[in-house]
Design a protein around this ligand. Sequence first.
Ligand code: GDP
Ligand code: IMO
Ligand code: MG
Length: 427
Amino acid sequence: MATVVLIGAQWGDEGKGKVTDYLARNADLVVRYQGGNNAGHTVVADGREYKLHLIPSGILYSDKQCLIGNGVVLDPQVFLREINGLIEQGISVEKLKISPRTHVIMPYHLKMDAIDEERRGTNKIGTTGRGIGPAYTDKASRVGIRIAELVDPESLAEVLENVLAEKNQLFTEYHDSTAFDYKEMLETYIEYGQKLAPFVADVSILVNDAIKEGRNILFEGAQGTLLDLDHGTYPYVTSSHPVAAAACLGTGVGPSKIDKVIGIAKAYITRVGEGPFPTELNDENGEYLRREGFEFGTTTGRPRRCGWFDAVISRYAARINGLDYLAVTKLDVLSGLEKILICNEYQLDGKVITEFPTTIKELSRCKPVYQEMPGWKEDITKIRKLEDLPANARKYLEKISELSGVPVAIIGVGPGRDQTLMLKNLY
Ligand code: GDP
Ligand code: IMO
Ligand code: MG
């Protein structure tokens, strides 16, 4: 048995959904532990594409239990829409459970997200506009509403009355905006609460019991290491902790119970939203990666910024997350390029640095120092064995592993479930 944490090792969209779905075959439980519906995880199974935002990517297997931990922020409207969409496609959500400690995204969080972004003007973060930051702010400020209150009309009425009065004052007096109607919101959210009530269960108990029983557990991260509130490119980050340690905090499991941590990294790198990005390509290579990799946001549809693989970042992700293995996705997208560049260090103010800098001021002055690798022409989307990959593709993977200091366990050669090369047995 094993407990495996799967995290994004870059700026998100590394292919976590696909890898989670692939590994879920051998898992009993699949657990989301942070973030919310800012995430967009695409899973392609049996020729069908599923876009998941809140529901763990193990949901396509009817025998797996999917759980949403306390570290997630959940928009009830989005949750209900997503489960209804899955049910319509014949997918069972019966085993899905949500922690009562999970915080709820309310309409005023979405409004605040939009107001904050507008106020930031040219310094905007480029959020997904899903109310994520304001929901986590309220959690930290101890004025949040949790699923436990949402499903209890009396508690909801009490807490909403207080918090909405404060929010409405803020909107009308400081932001020249309109107030929300308490009664209307209460009625709507009591109804959501009644619909969500059957899904509520103590996630910490479920996960810890499963660990005691020796079952296989997969913790599915959202976003990526560089979007982490503490370890990312602050302030151009999300408001949760996409790093591996959050799997414990976001579900109620002790760190001694985690067996392996897998970092998902694209064979190149992308970013959505604002903030510095040293290896960003604003040329035909960037266009090539966007076109061949179909790099458009799953949640917002925004074109993703594309660049060369950055080993300064993957070493940083290895350190912060304690990575045991890398899963390198989208290797197929590089097929056809004459040469491929890998960044291994930065030039900062005339000096060479090998560690990821702390501030975005420093990061935005960093110039990537590249190593050049020869490309390959062959289509690799049908290859299933490492030894069948073109020699230059294998050399490229070896270089990624060497510079990152982490062995590669999984390789992605296409979006489909079967387009995966498994080099190590993780369970
Ligand atoms: P996530 O947020 O980390 O789950 O990643 P997204 O789902 O937002 O973005 C990854 C995209 O790449 C999705 O459209 C996947 O279907 C696709 N994808 C994942 N792995 C591979 C791969 O190995 N090759 C190709 N071509 N596409 C992949
Ligand atoms: P998945 O799980 C890529 C980015 C946003 C923005 C910043 C803050 O699909 O990898 P937020 O709405 O969270 O306050 O936005 O974080 N961001 C993501 N970028 N993939 C994601 O999720 C993201 N979730 C948030 O673009 O720059
Ligand atoms: Mg995504």
